[in-house]
Design a protein around this ligand. Structure first.
Ligand code: ADP
Ligand code: MG
Length: 228
């Protein structure tokens, strides 16, 4: 419980976020400007420069894209959906990529109905973010267990367990900070965006990890309530 409290307290304010975004976007923009200036002054832009420019443009696009998912309140429509079907779709979406990385998804879904009131695309984004992190943590391949468990009439939980590199204790408290990443091409936005989406669904997200053993992310959401 304490852990959950701490997590929701951590959600950053809009101002802090905006400053972070500005900073992260300014770096690639500076590179782009530098190369264009070089071209103007010397006409010496080569394919290597252009490759870097494209990479930097992709990075801006990626960062802006992650925020677009959050910034569409008008488009949000909550509908009743069974979370097992949402997960099934996400698993098929990532299956071929997983196969290429020697990763096997091992779903274990409960038999009962697990309908929740949700914005399907946002929840898909959450599961994509979490599964991608799990895959990226297993460069040698392995198994990712995906469990769906229904608790009475109240809640359903989804646990995603990988056998990856794990997260050192001193890093755990930084998870969910915008732009916190240890990957060369990471944005460090996946967990933050996911936490916000889960929070807007009145749910919780918990991360437990042991270095060199693996990480378990557990997302708990309220079940749809039957009409009175
Ligand atoms: P990104 O994936 O772009 O780095 P995220 O917000 O998705 O950003 O994750 C932030 C960081 O948390 C990652 O860079 C990684 O260090 C750590 N992390 C998240 N999930 C896992 C996992 N399943 N196993 C190991 N480390 C993880
Ligand atoms: Mg990620």
């Amino acid at each position: 419980m304490e852990e959950l409290l701490r997590r929701s307290e951590k959600l950053t304010t809009v101002g802090q976020l905006a400053a972070g975004v500005a900073h992260e976007i300014r770096n690639p923009l500076t590179t782009l400007r530098g190369f264009l200036q070089l071209q103007l002054e010397t006409s010496k832009l080569n394919t290597r420069h252009i490759d870097i420019m494209l990479t930097e443009l992709d990075r801006i696009n990626l960062i802006v894209g992650e925020f677009l998912i959050l910034a569409k309140p008008q488009a949000t429509r909550f509908e009743d959906k069974d979370i097992r079907f949402i997960l099934g779709d996400v698993i098929s979406l990532l299956d071929s990529q997983a196969h290429l990385c020697n990763i096997v998804f091992d779903p274990l879904f409960c038999k009962e109905d697990c309908s929740i009131s949700c914005e399907e695309n946002q929840l898909k984004q959450v599961f994509i973010n979490v599964l991608k992190n799990a895959m990226e943590a297993m460069p040698q391949g392995g198994q990712i267990r995906i469990e769906v468990t229904r608790y009475g009439d109240k809640e359903v939980s989804v646990s995603i367990m990988d056998e990856g590199i794990g997260i050192p204790d001193e890093m755990i408290s930084k998870l969910g900070d915008p732009f916190f990443t240890d990957k060369d091409t990471g944005t460090g936005l996946g967990i933050m965006v996911s936490q916000r989406i889960i929070q807007s669904h009145q749910g919780t997200m918990e991360i437990r990890s042991t270095v060199n053993v693996g990480t378990t992310v557990t997302i708990t959401l309220p079940l749809k309530r039957d009409k009175e």
